[in-house]
Design a protein around this ligand. Sequence first.
Ligand SMILES: [Zn+2]
Length: 143
Amino acid sequence: MADRHVRDDTRVVAGLAAIYCSGFHRERVRAALSSEAAGLGVYGRRVPILCDECAGHIRYAEKRRAFCPKDPKPFCAHCDVRCYQTDEAEWQRQMMRYAGPRSMLRGYAVPAIKHALEARRWRRQMAGKNTAAVAARERNGTN
Ligand SMILES: [Zn+2]
């Protein structure tokens, strides 16, 4: 949590979760997140408001992010380590699908744009790799 990137990522994920939670769990009891990162002041004055269930997912996400072995960290969706449990990864996918587009209007425009740019760069890289692999196969006559 000493690393700026870890803190930034943690804030964004929890902020998106708060958007998701306010969309789906309005009828639940929701409170300012109490977690290790919150205790360390990572969220400053913008502690995300979450229900118990979402808070549990975010406590999990905080830990995964803090212990991520990759530096720089790729998008979790593009990573080969896959440190998330399947159900946690699935929750995060659902949550981001809902909160991602809405985050632009709620103070997360900069991370959203960064995310879009990095995703595009990654897709280009992958496209380049595939082209190279096809070319290599053709050269070797194993196609
Ligand atoms: Zn919730």
